[in-house]
Design a protein around this ligand. Structure first.
Ligand SMILES: NC(=O)c1ccc[n+]([C@@H]2O[C@H](COP(=O)([O-])OP(=O)(O)OC[C@H]3O[C@@H](n4cnc5c(N)ncnc54)[C@H](OP(=O)(O)O)[C@@H]3O)[C@@H](O)[C@H]2O)c1
Length: 311
């Protein structure tokens, strides 16, 4: 392959996993304020398949062909004019707007931070969206305090696994829901109480929590609302919560959309290097296996974050 080209997964039209094609295309070059990253691993997030499927087109219409993927870990191979915080050879991780399923990506330096030194590239690629969203939901929007009780609905996933650990780190009492296969896993993350959603209705055993993070949506949002004390908060990650029911329950309810925040990436990297936070890589695939990775993500079940090994 020429030094000027790269392999990337491209999507030419909305549709199923078969729309993910491994193709060659020109390698990008860093512009002002950007760095060129040689990608080692990319995280596979549910938003990647939702975008590919066309479910997000009213909010984020894509220009075709596009390269999917937002989470990345790799090495800086070039720096554009004006870059001050990163240098060539540095190992980085971060959250981009799109394009991480590729051998190279350019990104604004603001979207990247130095990789935790104790994490592999695959682990680093499993961090950005899950940890950033969990942080913003728990602390920025949820205002979680030590001693409060929080319910994490979908505690085993790439987002939930960080939410459980970060809430414990804060000193909260943590309840998590998951399927039978992941009960022990969620306990191992530090949850004080784990509920098997396949056998138990969460609202029959949980009441008066201060905060719920709901990563499941649908009927789960109605169950979640009834577990919260009056004056408490429901943060939905998957879809808009039902406002009328929330008002009737005396609950503040909102959906949040995560924003890339370098300072959160830096704090999370420090917690990982201090051994206070573990990164859970779920299934791993090669770049050419992106279709299988999306099928796996689309199943809605699993443990930790799926990653693609790229270089
Ligand atoms: N708004 C935002 O900015 C934002 C950011 C990140 C993610 N999200 C959304 O948040 C959701 C979760 O993301 P993720 O990255 O954690 O997804 P993920 O890695 O695919 O994990 C999904 C998890 O949900 C669990 N699950 C499925 N059905 C469940 C149920 N009925 N009750 C409890 N748990 C259930 C699965 O556990 P089992 O295998 O045990 O069933 C799995 O571990 C997705 O909808 C994603 O799009 C939103």
């Amino acid at each position: 392959m020429s030094a000027l080209t790269m392999q990337a997964i491209r999507v030419h039209r909305y549709g199923g996993p078969e729309q993910l094609k491994l193709e060659q295309q020109p390698r990008p070059a860093a512009r002002e304020g950007e760095v060129l990253v040689r990608v080692h691993a990319a995280g596979v997030n549910p938003i990647d398949w939702k975008t590919r499927q066309g479910f997000m087109k009213d909010f984020f219409p894509m220009t075709f062909p596009y390269i999917p993927g937002i989470d990345v870990a790799g090495e800086v191979e070039g720096v554009g004019f004006g870059v001050t915080t990163l240098k060539i050879g540095q190992a980085v991780f971060g959250r981009c707007t799109t394009g991480t399923y590729a051998e190279y990506i350019t990104a604004s330096e603001e979207l990247l931070a130095p990789k935790p030194s104790t994490a592999s590239f695959a682990e680093a690629a499993a961090i950005p969206t899950g940890a950033t969203t969990a942080w913003q939901a728990l602390f920025d929007e949820g205002n979680l305090q030590a001693g409060q009780r929080v319910l994490i609905v979908g505690a085993a996933g790439g987002l939930g696994a960080f939410a459980v650990q970060l809430a414990k780190w804060k000193g909260a009492q943590v309840i998590g829901t998951t399927s039978t296969a992941n009960l022990e896993f969620v306990r191992s993350l530090g949850a004080d109480q784990v509920i098997d959603y396949t056998t138990t209705q969460v609202e029959s055993v949980v009441q008066d929590v201060d905060l719920v993070l709901d990563g499941v949506g649908g009927a789960s949002l109605f169950s979640s609302l009834t577990t919260i004390r009056r004056g408490g908060t429901l943060i939905s990650l998957a879809e808009q919560p039902p406002q009328e029911q929330a008002r009737a329950c005396g609950v503040r309810a909102m959906m949040i959309a995560a924003r890339t925040d370098r300072s959160i990436l830096q704090t999370v990297a420090q917690l990982i290097d201090e051994g206070q936070l573990n990164v859970i890589v779920g299934k791993a695939f090669s770049l050419s296996e992106a279709q299988q990775a999306h099928e796996c993500s689309q199943s809605g079940h699993g443990r930790g974050r799926i990653v693609l090994h790229v270089n």
